[in-house]
Ligand binder design. Structure first.
Ligand code: PGA
Length: 250
């Protein structure tokens, strides 16, 4: 079973008209991909982009967030069952922008991960340290705590459905990437944690993506590291010219 994946995170960019053209353009240019390709699209585009990908094997759609309750009086929110009924494959959970601007912590994210899994949606769980933490040398400790709190309560069957994205906050949207070795070191650490908690077979199969200023110029080198299975790509996922070479680098 292949671990590889290239996921785009469009964030709050693209109108429905632009998003449809972008997804269609990527599929036309990249053809049948040799890796899973995921479009993480704004909520209003989920069903539309799902329809665009429907006839194209290898392409999937992710929501960028989801509420942790089943349903009810939560104006403006989307539930796991809504995403599942719309045929959405993945949901990005715990992105650093959700943590920073919407006060999400790992206890809440753990609840969301469990809700997504119960609805049959695969979480793309994001973790990663801020710059001051990296500079103090505490990055492994902080990421370990994130993974423990958000994922260690899962069963072995549940963790198999989870994609982990390591995104150092200092590399997101900054143009600064982690070096391939910095990415490899953290990915190997995360895989060891999964091994210790869930066993070596699950650790060998878990997909661990790197995120933070992935571009056509650096994708191949980062994806070449043994524990880097692909990328979660923000800015460079917004154009066919940038995203397709990243898909092909994997
Ligand atoms: P970036 O974003 O590629 O623009 O740095 C990555 C992310 O936030 O997932």
């Amino acid at each position: 079973m292949s671990r590889t994946m290239v996921a785009g995170n469009w964030k709050m960019n693209t109108t429905p008209t632009e998003g449809k053209a972008l997804a269609e353009g990527v599929i036309a240019a990249a053809g049948t991909p040799s890796t899973k390709v995921v479009f993480g699209v704004p909520a209003i585009q989920l069903m539309q982009v799902k329809a665009v990908t429907a006839a194209s094997p290898g392409y999937f759609v992710a929501a960028q967030n989801m509420h942790h309750e089943d349903k009810g009086a939560y104006t403006g929110e989307l539930s796991a069952s809504m995403l599942a009924d719309a045929g959405i494959d993945y949901v990005i959970l715990g992105h650093s922008e959700r943590r920073e601007y919407f006060n999400e912590d790992d206890s809440l994210i753990n609840t969301k991960v469990l809700k997504a899994l119960a609805a049959g949606i695969k979480p793309i769980y994001c973790c990663g340290e801020k710059l001051n933490v990296r500079e103090a040398g505490n990055h492994e400790m902080v990421v370990s705590k994130q993974i423990e709190e958000a994922l260690f309560s899962l069963s072995r069957d549940q963790i198999k459905e989870v994609v982990i994205a390591y995104e150092p906050v200092w590399a997101i949207g900054t143009g600064v990437t982690a070096s391939p070795q910095q990415a490899q070191d953290m990915h190997a650490h995360i895989r060891r944690m999964i091994d210790n908690q869930f066993g070596s077979e699950i650790a060998a199969n878990v997909t661990i993506l790197y995120g933070g200023s992935v571009k056509p110029a650096n994708a191949e080198e980062i994806f070449g590291m043994p524990d880097v299975d692909g990328g979660l790509v923000g800015g460079a996922s917004l154009s066919v010219e940038n995203f397709v070479p990243i898909i092909k680098a994997r």
